[in-house]
Ligand binder design. Structure first.
Ligand SMILES: *Cc1c(COP(=O)(O)O)cnc(C)c1O
Length: 404
């Protein structure tokens, strides 16, 4: 059991008023709030050890390098990567995916196929389309059903020896569906395809085990798991990271540079050109420590309770429809109310202090599938409460009355 009031006290923003009302923050799928310990760690870095890393022999540079590499080790442990050099610091999920698609430009050729799921965020669609344009490879879509679940029979049928890459999110940001990625990874490997998992929505809720999953790449953002914006991780299997060419050229990623030829640095530096977000990388480690201290089992239990409670309460509202009704779901609820545009509800409940996301959630193909312009999305974190859900339900009812 979580001591929610104690946890909430860790997040200064949660005691704020917005538009004169207590803030109810249900836009965790877009970004999570940050605990004081994370805010303090950022300031402490700049106050005490700010220096560039992997360069100077001076003391501060060594302290900064040690802290940065310590954080890499924390991430390695957290996701159970075999080696620390399989953990690359990025600016976020988008960066991580583009690093991979860029690398595959030198591997794929016409006739090769990339399978992408119907449930993807634009970040995990557009880079693959760009890759297809560059290489002549073909993008194929793993379809979903009305519940917002990927159809595994269709997936099995799409796989062939032409399949070179399968890319899918662990959890859908728009619907909350938890995808059967272990099954999908095994099936993809059976035809020799590499698998990238977009873990952006999974890491706030669970602890992925990349060795157990056996995925080839796992990308996520720090800012959705209590860490700073502009931070993220790309996990890649050592063999793949050795095989892919560097993404960006510059300082840090080289072994030796002459005007005739440059040799690249070993992993992970080969993929970390230029001065990174040093403070962010270090503080991401603090965020991961914080979440582990709370414990992912307790987080799961609490969020599951919130999901069940919110689903039940929302369905009491006449004309309300939930999109994403699969069996395996994270604490994300997308919904609409008959005859009312999601934006109108979102604007009215914002006046009542309730922060939800409205729109297509960077997943237009999903909205097209349901023939809707968008949804209202409430995404819950471990620091949310049932009382906040009650406030949202009351606010939505009020908005419905005003708009109909
Ligand atoms: C947020 C999100 C992304 C993009 O993450 P950035 O931090 O904006 O790079 C990609 N995929 C999913 C599923 C997301 O939820």
């Amino acid at each position: 059991m979580l001591d929610i009031q104690k946890i909430r006290a860790d997040f200064p923003i949660l005691s704020q008023k917005v538009n004169g009302k207590p803030l109810v923050y249900f836009d965790n799928g877009a970004t999570s709030q940050k605990p004081q310990i994370v805010i303090d760690a950022d300031a402490k870095y700049y106050q005490e050890i700010n220096a560039n890393i992997h360069r100077g022999v001076h003391t501060l540079s060594q302290l900064a390098t040690d802290a940065y590499e310590l954080s890499r080790g924390k991430v390695q442990q957290h996701i159970n990567a075999k080696f620390a050099h399989e953990v690359l610091f990025t600016s976020g999920t988008t960066h991580g995916i583009n690093l991979v698609t860029n690398g595959f430009a030198s591997i794929l050729k016409p006739g090769d196929e990339i399978l992408v799921s119907a449930l993807e965020h634009h970040s995990n669609i557009v880079p693959w389309q760009m890759l297809c344009e560059k290489t002549g490879a073909t993008l194929k879509v793993i379809p979903m059903n009305e519940e917002g679940e990927l159809i595994m029979e269709a997936y099995d049928a799409l796989l062939s020896e032409n399949t070179k890459v399968v890319t899918v999110n662990h959890i859908s940001n728009a619907l909350g569906t938890i995808n059967p990625i272990k099954y999908m990874i095994d099936k993809a490997h059976a035809v020799g395809a590499a698998v990238l998992i977009d873990g952006a929505q999974a890491v706030p809720h669970l602890k992925p085990d990349v060795q157990d999953l056996d995925c080839d790449f796992y990308a996520f953002s720090g800012h959705k798991m209590c860490g700073p914006t502009g931070t993220g991780i790309l996990y890649g299997k050592e063999a793949w990271l050795n095989k892919l060419p560097p993404y960006q050229g510059g300082g840090e990623m080289i072994k030796e540079v002459t005007f005739e030829k440059t040799t690249y640095a070993d992993l992970p530096h080969k993929f970390e050109a230029g001065t990174p977000n040093i403070a962010g990388g270090i503080v991401l480690g603090t965020a991961i420590d914080y979440m582990n201290e709370i414990g992912f089992e307790a987080i799961h239990a609490h969020e599951e309770e919130l999901l069940q409670y919110a689903t039940k309460r929302l369905l009491e509202i006449e004309g309300l429809k939930i999109y994403g009704t699969g069996k395996n779901k994270a604490s994300v609820i997308s919904f609409n109310i008959d005859g009312i545009h999601p934006y109108d509800i979102g604007s009215i409940i914002d006046k009542l202090g309730i922060a939800v996301r409205t729109g297509h959630h960077c997943a237009q193909p999903i909205m097209n599938f349901f023939c809707i312009p968008g949804t209202i999305r409430a995404s819950f974190s471990f620091y949310n409460t049932k009382e906040e859900i009650d406030s949202m339900v009351e606010a939505v009812k009020k908005a419905q009355t005003m708009l109909s």
